[in-house]
Write a protein that binds this ligand. Structure first.
Ligand code: DC
Length: 234
């Protein structure tokens, strides 16, 4: 048996994760945040690099990907169901805050460009769907690579300034003009890295519905995707 997949892709801070979680709740599906797994693997890499006395720099220069993945397996890096979403755990500890630290955010694009790391994460995501779970999965390559057979694919976008202002508001940081411009620059750098890597770059699937949320509020974008899902009989 295989579950139903709603795939939501888009650039950094386009609201994928919060939207996917709410859509999952409305449909009675589970939300799977693939970015949380990439962030979790990055956290593992940084911890191993620190233990080896190479903290702060590029963790991939200090630890090879196989060692990182073995540690992720052995020490139980996982997403555990929590309501309609998941919480990230590593070594039995919740790591939802740690995986969203600035240090992890700065390194996650490089870690997620490593093919074996992508294969490991894709295997985890596919296993959950094969087990029969109905899911809303958000990421960068969900509709193009991980679940190309998904019947509903959405590509979320928003103007860079809007994404930057939303990200700062989510973090509770001040959103003056300078802060928004700086955050927009960081997001643009991450989008550039995620879109131009040779493996599974951020891309809109040919059959994805593009939804520009610049002028939409949260409820409207959720309602829009739920309506698309309902029209497919979910
Ligand atoms: O959605 P996010 O910001 O939490 O994702 C963190 C990083 O993980 C992002 O910069 C790129 C990577 N990622 C990816 O390469 N493929 C995915 N399906 C999801 C995330």
């Amino acid at each position: 048996m295989s579950g139903t997949v709603v795939a939501i892709d888009g650039p950094a801070a386009s609201g994928k994760s919060s939207t996917a979680r709410k859509v999952a709740e409305e449909l009675g599906f589970q939300h799977l945040d693939s970015g949380a797994l990439y962030r979790g693997v990055t956290l593992v890499a940084l911890e191993l690099a620190r233990v080896r006395g190479a903290g702060g720099g590029d963790p991939l220069a200090a630890v090879d990907p196989e060692t990182i993945l073995r540690s992720a397996e052995d020490r139980g890096l996982m997403l555990q169901p929590d309501g309609h979403g998941f919480s990230a755990y590593y070594a039995g500890e919740p790591v939802d805050d740690a995986i969203r630290s600035d240090q992890v955010t700065a390194r996650v694009s490089a870690v997620s460009a490593v093919p074996v790391i992508r294969e490991w994460i894709n295997g985890r995501l596919r296993a959950m769907v094969r087990a029969g779970m109905d899911v809303v999965v958000d990421g960068r390559d969900i509709g193009t690579v991980v679940f190309p057979e998904a019947e509903l694919k959405v590509f979320l976008t928003a103007a860079p300034q809007t994404r930057a202002a939303r990200r700062l508001a989510q973090q509770g940081s001040s959103a003056d003009r300078v802060a928004v411009a700086e955050e927009a620059e960081r997001l643009a750098a991450r989008d550039q890295a995620d879109s131009t890597r040779s493996i599974a770059p951020l891309a809109r699937a040919a059959d994805a519905v593009e939804l520009d949320t610049t002028e939409l509020d949260f409820q409207e974008q959720v309602a829009c995707i739920v309506a698309l899902a309902r029209s497919r009989g979910y």
